[in-house]
Ligand binder design. Sequence first.
Ligand SMILES: *[C@@H]1O[C@H](CO)[C@@H](O)[C@H](O)[C@H]1NC(C)=O
Ligand SMILES: *[C@@H]1O[C@H](CO)[C@@H](O)[C@H](O)[C@H]1NC(C)=O
Ligand SMILES: *[C@@H]1O[C@H](CO)[C@@H](O)[C@H](O)[C@H]1NC(C)=O
Ligand SMILES: *[C@@H]1O[C@H](CO)[C@@H](O)[C@H](O)[C@H]1NC(C)=O
Ligand SMILES: *[C@@H]1O[C@H](CO)[C@@H](O)[C@H](O)[C@H]1NC(C)=O
Ligand SMILES: *[C@@H]1O[C@H](CO)[C@@H](O)[C@H](O)[C@H]1NC(C)=O
Ligand SMILES: *[C@@H]1O[C@H](CO)[C@@H](O)[C@H](O)[C@H]1NC(C)=O
Ligand SMILES: *[C@@H]1O[C@H](CO)[C@@H](O)[C@H](O)[C@H]1NC(C)=O
Ligand SMILES: *[C@@H]1O[C@H](CO)[C@@H](O)[C@H](O)[C@H]1NC(C)=O
Ligand SMILES: *[C@@H]1O[C@H](CO)[C@@H](O)[C@H](O)[C@H]1NC(C)=O
Ligand SMILES: *[C@@H]1O[C@H](CO)[C@@H](O)[C@H](O)[C@H]1NC(C)=O
Ligand SMILES: *[C@@H]1O[C@H](CO)[C@@H](O)[C@H](O)[C@H]1NC(C)=O
Length: 523
Amino acid sequence: MPYPFVGNMDLMGKLRSVELSTLVLPTLLLLLFYGARGSHCSLVHVNMTDRRSLLDFKEAITADPRGALHDWNDGIHYCMWSGVSCSVRHPGRVTALELGSLNLTGQITPSLGNLTFLRELNLTDNHFSDQLPSLNRLIKLWFLDLSGNILQGNIQDATIALANCSKLMCLDISSNMLVGSIPRKIGSFSNLEALYLFQNNLTGTIPSTFSNITRLELISLAENQLEGNIPAELGQLSNMAVVELKGNKLSGRVPPGLGNISSLLVLDLGMNMLSGALPPDIGDTLPFLEWLSLGTNNLEGHIAPSLGNLTFLRDLNLTNNHFSGQLPSLNRLIKLEFLDLSENILEGNIQDATIALANCSELWFLNISSNMLVGSIPRKIGSFSNLEGLDLSQNNLTGTIPPTFSNITRLVYLSFGENQLEGNIPGELGQPSNMQALVLKGNKLSGRVPPELCNISSLLELDLGMNMLSGALPPDIGDTLRFLVWLSLGTNNLGGHIPDSLGNASALVHLDLSSNYFTGQIR
Ligand SMILES: *[C@@H]1O[C@H](CO)[C@@H](O)[C@H](O)[C@H]1NC(C)=O
Ligand SMILES: *[C@@H]1O[C@H](CO)[C@@H](O)[C@H](O)[C@H]1NC(C)=O
Ligand SMILES: *[C@@H]1O[C@H](CO)[C@@H](O)[C@H](O)[C@H]1NC(C)=O
Ligand SMILES: *[C@@H]1O[C@H](CO)[C@@H](O)[C@H](O)[C@H]1NC(C)=O
Ligand SMILES: *[C@@H]1O[C@H](CO)[C@@H](O)[C@H](O)[C@H]1NC(C)=O
Ligand SMILES: *[C@@H]1O[C@H](CO)[C@@H](O)[C@H](O)[C@H]1NC(C)=O
Ligand SMILES: *[C@@H]1O[C@H](CO)[C@@H](O)[C@H](O)[C@H]1NC(C)=O
Ligand SMILES: *[C@@H]1O[C@H](CO)[C@@H](O)[C@H](O)[C@H]1NC(C)=O
Ligand SMILES: *[C@@H]1O[C@H](CO)[C@@H](O)[C@H](O)[C@H]1NC(C)=O
Ligand SMILES: *[C@@H]1O[C@H](CO)[C@@H](O)[C@H](O)[C@H]1NC(C)=O
Ligand SMILES: *[C@@H]1O[C@H](CO)[C@@H](O)[C@H](O)[C@H]1NC(C)=O
Ligand SMILES: *[C@@H]1O[C@H](CO)[C@@H](O)[C@H](O)[C@H]1NC(C)=O
């Protein structure tokens, strides 16, 4: 687990742009390096209970493909065994057991509950199955990572198995197969700073007792089956930095109380059933937000203009909701790198939308597809020189494609498909670049397929179908675009011979030349 930053790999990936240093949870980080790492106990000290507990644990391991426990034998003091650390002050007492990512198969034996000096238990990313035994005597335990196993049973029982571990600061049981609903008792782990329960099969509602865990800085309940409202009480957790609830069945509104967590850096509520409007002051109450994802919900109303005050924002994902009206000015978001507004019902002129983003020069991903924008693509679009992905498809854009793309050399994906664009395809699109997909289908583009497009040798997908293009294809198209996987030119007015060179585009999976005026043979 990539703790102490963020547990979910997906979120981790998304956060690559968020300054991770700002997410470090200071107390925990200190503690990570605290405690007895080495095993420089004097080796005469032997606690028979601890030794017996470890041997019991080893006996229950049914597969150890990497021989991780090869040195767990009588010839070596158990404090020297791989993954075992002992106390300095209490020689012979086991303080840490760290056996992550070793492909171990087996069970977490009840004997581990006898390692009463244990402070850290890390069995992440193995194949431990069955239920969590009682670890209730481990009153010193502060770090428990059992993520990425196949633990079963009810989260209620797991909570009871840990009920006396009141020193726990980091609890990670994510990516297992736990069921049941999160017990109200969770609120009694009052020292927790990080709680990861994502990717289980948890049901029921989010208990309001989370508000008791006042030190909580990070909570991920993502990818479960949780339902009901987001409890407004979460708003009382004034140290919170990361709230990740995506991929559940949560409903109701985004509670205005969340605005009380002014320390929040990451808020991910995507892929739920949230409805209603955003709290209008969300941008003023969460001033440090770097990452806001509300995609795939049923949210509606205007995009709150206060979002324009989130000057630290890097990532804003509002895709697939019912947001309407015009895009407010986001001009102060000079750190914005990623903006996904696709699949809403946003209106207004693309010129105004571009002005609303004019200072967002760090943008590398801009998706406003599937909205109701009108107007013609401004020449200014060329000033977003860091763009790697630009998708304006499925709007109602008119006019011509501006020839101002020579500055956007990083583009990998460009789609203006399914608008009402007309005129020629500008040859300027065809400069050598890293472009992999160019989609202009479903417009009213006319004129020739510009030979310059053949300069984009990295292209994998070229879709110019359903336009009014005419003339012959560039003869060398198949030689220069030799990595093409998808070539769609169907439903145009193209003519002449089908270039022989197409036979050299050996990666082609999809080739559509239908409904044109091509003549001659296919070779
Ligand atoms: C060994 O551990 C047991 C169980 O935790 C404890 O009761 C006992 O006092 C310890 N013995 C020594 C010699 O430390
Ligand atoms: C837990 O174990 C994993 C895999 O060995 C490791 O990557 C991670 O850093 C460990 N966690 C801590 C806090 O030591
Ligand atoms: C771990 O096990 C999986 C299958 O369960 C296997 O694909 C993988 O190669 C193994 N890795 C190691 C390091 O043994
Ligand atoms: C725990 O230790 C006690 C003795 O200290 C022993 O009687 C008991 O069987 C142990 N429990 C497990 C589950 O190993
Ligand atoms: C918790 O600890 C107390 C005292 O140490 C003990 O009486 C109680 O039985 C423990 N609870 C559980 C669930 O083991
Ligand atoms: C939450 O805190 C209140 C007041 O401190 C306390 O009475 C209550 O028992 C706690 N609830 C839980 C579930 O820990
Ligand atoms: C979660 O529970 C549902 C219903 O009980 C079941 O169909 C599904 O397979 C479970 N998913 C996982 C990942 O365990
Ligand atoms: C948010 O803070 C204000 C002022 O401190 C308080 O009145 C309000 O009840 C809080 N809301 C929530 C949901 O905690
Ligand atoms: C935006 O959020 C939605 C839903 O949460 C997700 O499916 C989508 O992948 C996100 N967009 C990007 C480009 O990451
Ligand atoms: C943005 O912040 C400024 C200064 O705090 C405030 O005056 C303004 O009303 C805020 N704008 C919005 C739209 O909330
Ligand atoms: C392209 O970049 C040059 C130099 O940075 C700048 O002068 C020009 O205005 C830019 N063109 C567009 C269309 O943004
Ligand atoms: C596009 O504009 C035309 C004419 O203004 C209108 O009839 C049509 O419904 C619009 N289409 C969309 C998808 O907004």
